[in-house]
Design a protein around this ligand. Structure first.
Ligand code: PEP
Ligand code: MG
Length: 766
């Protein structure tokens, strides 16, 4: 055997010589001469007739010695001939031959690539047999068992390198084949998948698996390994896919919501398989027990009324179809449930739309809840229900953050995340310590961790002295509390006053605002009330929600922002179509004006809730005067209708806008006479000024709210408009940035009330 050729050769056995030779030509297009491929096809002397010939097959097998040989066969009698040929070989020679039931063309291609990668005969045979995966994935009704087999998941300790696929055809045959070759020569195992943590992974050596991932242009292809990726492997991967997508600034752990937490880690990404009993009998009452568990979880979701999307999933007919199929296969209820749920979650993960893909987490969370119910073990219930713990997540979604109970979630550690993401804002409001960009491999469910949400320190198995040191920091900082006489403002040396307003999204936060002496509510985010809702909240429900938040602040001005849907706060009930670039899409006021029926109900609900209170309305994402003119028209018509119906409501109300789209700040004068006040949203303003996604941890070094670009725009706004201007972006609650804003002339800051003390302190000593 030539030492440069891989161990496994291929033998193509076909009724038609032309077919076998054409197949060989196809394989050589991809593998060149790097794999030994032989043909034993046709019947008759020269093989011109259609048929197969055992003697010819046996002779070719002998010529291929000492290679191990994978034999691909086309139709029925080819199998008989090949079996007969084996009989002709000496016993010891038969060991090195595998007759493969794979489809002829696909199997030959996958087998050739696996052979090229230097895999062993059983591995090459398995690759060939899995060769239909791609088609099975693409064609409805296909049996996906083959796909599920050999798929694994990302583990928290894995090393990873990601590339953005630039090839317009995505990960197609050629690059996939190259990757298989690299995997074969790497000297270490690695797996490939998308960047999401719940992504299924396939072996780098598996062509069929790689193709079944269906990675498209623009998507991240990530290589994962349990050990450090070797430098020469990285060089080859870089050569194949260009510079890694993560070559941008190194991300470091960062404290985002201050606070101390000490507790056991609960892994929000725990896999369903990890919760299953090893053996489970398929008893006749299995389906009924499962149905009862589902009913309990569904009614719990109903009571809590926060998991609308999950309730909808429980009655999804496709779930029932998959469960029926699992029971038919003889599975017990827990395995049937986990199998069906995992399959649905994986299907969703294959979708193009990242936000929809994230819904796979909902399936798995439901999966955990139902398994907990079924198996009667509270430890197996959803992480949110487990005993108080520190939650480990991967890129926290606002919808998940919105459902966190501070009594249960002591702190959150995120592998990704960004300080101004909406998830961070929600945790800030709830006072749940939050640290982002933590990739420590040793973090696992069940271990004890101490975390400091200010410094970003996460200490695994902490010593008492370390815990005491963090605790002491917070005890000291509590002594920096607001003075007792604090009444929502601070006098500066020049005689002017800085006002402290509150950003809130719930009655609890409004109570906190009152307790801490906020001047008023500078930003009530209404969209946070409805994240994940598939059914539109009606007027009555909206009115009650807003009323409950306004009540604790009675007598003080409350700025209610109209629903800011879109980007990372999709509100499914608005039924907006999928967008390629949602942060630049139908967001905020644009979405509201596109849904006029909802807008009317929304405004009516807020006006009614504001009856007897001092409210103002604020529109998000305004970029053009036409938007505010149109909004004023709708507002006036809502008022007329309420008047006519003799329904109590707040009137007149001031109407303001968010200043967060650069176009608005560049020409503030055009809004003169149309708006009663403006509030600067530094979170979005910064992302649009620097074209840097506010949720992307790799881009947080670009500019920022304290940059001259952003501060210059704010200054221009102050000069161009003669109405009150406040800041309600996260910069207002950051002591250093707040100082910069005040130096630039801002006198009204709206922030999470928990940030009052820090900002007050910074301004007082400045
Ligand atoms: C902002 O963009 O700064 C803002 C306050 O709005 P949100 O964070 O809700 O987008
Ligand atoms: Mg905004």
């Amino acid at each position: 055997m030539s030492p440069s050729l891989p161990v496994v050769a291929l033998l193509l056995v076909s009724h038609s010589r032309a077919l076998a030779e054409a197949t060989e030509a196809l394989l050589r297009q991809v593998t060149g001469d790097s794999v030994r491929i032989a043909v034993a096809a046709g019947a008759g002397e020269g093989g011109e007739e259609l048929g197969t010939d055992a003697t010819r097959i046996a002779a070719t097998l002998s010529q291929l010695a000492p290679h191990a040989v994978l034999v691909l066969l086309d139709l029925g009698s080819a199998v008989l001939s090949a079996q007969m040929a084996l009989e002709f070989l000496p016993q010891e020679d038969r060991q090195r031959v595998a007759l493969c039931p794979a489809p002829f063309v696909e199997g030959a291609m996958a087998g050739a690539l696996a052979a090229q990668a230097g895999l062993s005969l059983p591995e090459v045979a398995r690759e060939a047999q899995n060769a239909l995966r791609g088609k099975q994935n693409d064609l409805p009704g296909a049996d996906s068992d083959a796909v599920r087999e050999s798929v694994m998941r990302v583990d928290v300790g894995m090393e990873r390198r990601c590339y953005e696929l630039s090839d317009p055809a995505g990960l197609h045959l050629r690059p996939a084949a190259e990757l298989v070759r690299v995997a074969g020569e790497a000297g270490m195992d690695f797996w490939v998948g998308r960047s999401a943590v719940a992504t299924p992974l396939v072996a780098g050596k598996s062509l069929s698996g790689l193709l079944a991932l269906e990675l498209r242009q623009g998507e991240a292809l990530c290589v994962y390994s349990n050990e450090a990726l070797a430098p020469d492997l990285l060089t080859r991967l870089d050569g194949l896919f260009g510079n890694p997508a993560e070559a941008l600034p190194e991300v470091r752990p960062q404290g985002v919501v201050p606070g101390f937490a000490l507790g056991l880690v609960a892994d929000a990404r725990l896999r369903l398989e990890d919760l299953l009993p090893v053996a489970e009998a398929a008893t006749p009452d299995g389906a009924e027990r499962l149905r009862r568990a589902i009913t309990v979880v569904a009614s719990r979701a109903q009571e809590e009324d926060i998991l609308g999307a999950q309730r909808a999933l429980l009655v999804d007919p496709r779930l029932q179809e998959k469960l029926d199929a699992e029971f038919r296969r003889g599975q017990g209820p827990a395995h049937a449930w986990a199998g069906a749920v995992e399959e649905l979650a994986q299907e969703i993960e294959q979708l193009h739309e990242p936000l929809l893909r994230a819904r796979a987490a909902d399936w798995r969370d439901l999966g955990r809840q139902v398994l907990g119910e079924l198996l009667g073990d509270p430890e197996r219930r959803t992480v949110a229900e487990a005993r108080p713990s520190i939650l480990l997540v991967d890129d926290l979604l606002p919808s998940m953050a919105a459902n966190m109970d501070p009594a249960q979630v002591l702190g959150v550690i995120d592998r990704q995340g960004a300080p101004n993401s909406h998830a961070a804002i929600l945790l800030r409001g709830a006072g749940i310590p939050y640290v982002i960009n933590v990739r420590a491999p040793e973090l696992r469910a069940g271990i004890e961790v101490a975390m400091d949400g200010a410094t970003g320190a996460v200490i695994v198995a902490p010593q008492k002295a370390q815990v005491d040191a963090i605790r002491a920091r917070y005890t000291r900082s509590e002594t920096l509390a607001l003075p007792e006489e604090f009444a929502g403002e601070l006098a500066l040396a020049d005689g002017s006053h800085v006002e402290f307003w509150a950003n809130v999204a719930s009655p609890a936060e409004a109570q906190e605002a009152r307790r801490l002496g906020a001047r008023g509510i500078g930003l009530l985010r209404t969209e946070f009330l409805y994240l994940d809702r598939w059914q539109s909240p009606n007027e009555e429900e909206q009115m009650q929600h807003v009323q409950k938040i306004l009540a604790p602040m009675s007598g003080r001005r409350c700025v209610v922002r109209l629903l800011d849907a879109g980007a990372d706060k999709p509100l499914p009930f608005l039924r907006l179509r999928r967008e390629e670039n949602p942060a630049l899409g139908l967001r905020g006021i644009r979405a509201l004006l596109a849904c006029p029926d909802f807008l009317q109900i929304h405004i009516r609900a807020i006006l009614r809730a504001g009856h007897g209170q001092d409210i103002a309305l604020m529109a998000p994402m305004v970029s053009q005067v036409q938007e505010i003119i149109e909004l004023r028209r709708v507002l006036a018509s809502c008022h007329s209708a309420l008047l006519e119906q003799q329904i109590d409501h707040a009137w007149p109300v001031a109407l303001g806008i968010m200043a967060e789209v650069p176009a608005m700040l560049l020409e503030p004068g055009s809004f003169r006479g149309l708006v009663d006040f403006v509030s600067v949203g530094t979170n979005d303003l910064t992302q649009y000024v620097f074209a840097a996604d506010r949720g992307d941890e790799r881009l947080q070094n670009l500019g920022g709210a304290g940059s001259s670009a952003v501060l210059g725009l704010i200054q221009g706004l102050l000069q161009g408009l003669d109405v009150p201007v406040s800041v309600c972006g996260e910069a207002a609650g950051n002591p250093q940035l707040a100082l910069g804003l005040v130096e630039h002339g801002i006198r009204r800051l709206s922030m999470s009330p928990r940030s009052f003390a820090g900002v007050w302190q910074a301004l007082r000593v400045a």
